[in-house]
Design a protein around this ligand. Structure first.
Ligand SMILES: [Zn+2]
Length: 206
């Protein structure tokens, strides 16, 4: 039997972390925290801009005070202090004792300073998140890699209904020629959500 120690390193990289669309990133985060020993509940989805995961320690102290509120962000831009403060407010509203902000990108200097001043808030940028994965056993890394890269993992899911979005191009008007994401949900005529393709979008810079 081959020893786990001799298995080749998994190709986890910062580029891969940054290529993950928001929903896949959220799913990967959930499993990472499970491996870190938490019970994970997915509470949010994309658009609400609030808390995405609630973590509890199995067999830990009862009550809301022992819970951890997690926000997962897979947007390309650096996360500023306003969003970090917002998470602190949500943490208090949800009765959680700790908050973790995970982003595939980075935090602004002001946000990092705010994080350093608030002991109940942990900021994990792309490199720190990757470091956490690379510190896990190879078998866990491979499991996470399979989850992260299954099927189409870069096209964003609709933040309203969760269905994969489609690239469209404006044909008319002042923005003619520019591309945007549109919800591909043909079942629901109510979901006509669109959002711009930003320069920071990993798909747009290829
Ligand atoms: Zn939709």
């Amino acid at each position: 039997m081959q020893s786990v120690d001799h298995a080749p390193a998994t190709p986890w990289s910062l580029d891969l972390v940054r290529a993950l669309e928001w929903k896949r990133f959220q799913e990967v985060c959930a499993v990472v925290f499970e491996h870190a020993g938490y019970c994970v509940e997915i509470v949010g989805q994309g658009e609400d801009g609030g808390i995405d995961l609630i973590l509890t320690i199995p067999g830990g102290p009862e009550g809301e005070g022992s819970r951890v509120a997690v926000r997962c962000s897979a947007q390309g831009q650096r996360v500023g202090v306003i969003l970090a403060r917002q998470l602190q407010e949500m943490r208090i509203a949800f009765g959680c004792s700790q908050a973790i902000f995970v982003t595939t990108a980075a935090f602004t200097g002001e946000a990092e300073k705010y994080g350093a001043e608030n002991r109940d808030l942990l900021l994990l940028d792309g490199p720190r998140f990757l470091e956490g994965i690379l510190g896990m056993p190879q078998a866990t890394q491979r499991e996470l890699l399979a989850l992260a890269t299954e099927g189409d993992y870069t096209t964003p899911s609709c933040p309203r209904c969760g269905v994969k979005m489609e690239r469209r191009r404006d044909k008319l008007g002042v923005n003619a020629g520019s591309e945007y994401w549109a919800c591909g949900n043909l079942e629901s005529a109510n979901c006509l959500r669109t959002f711009p393709i930003t320069k920071a979008d990993p798909l747009a810079v290829r």
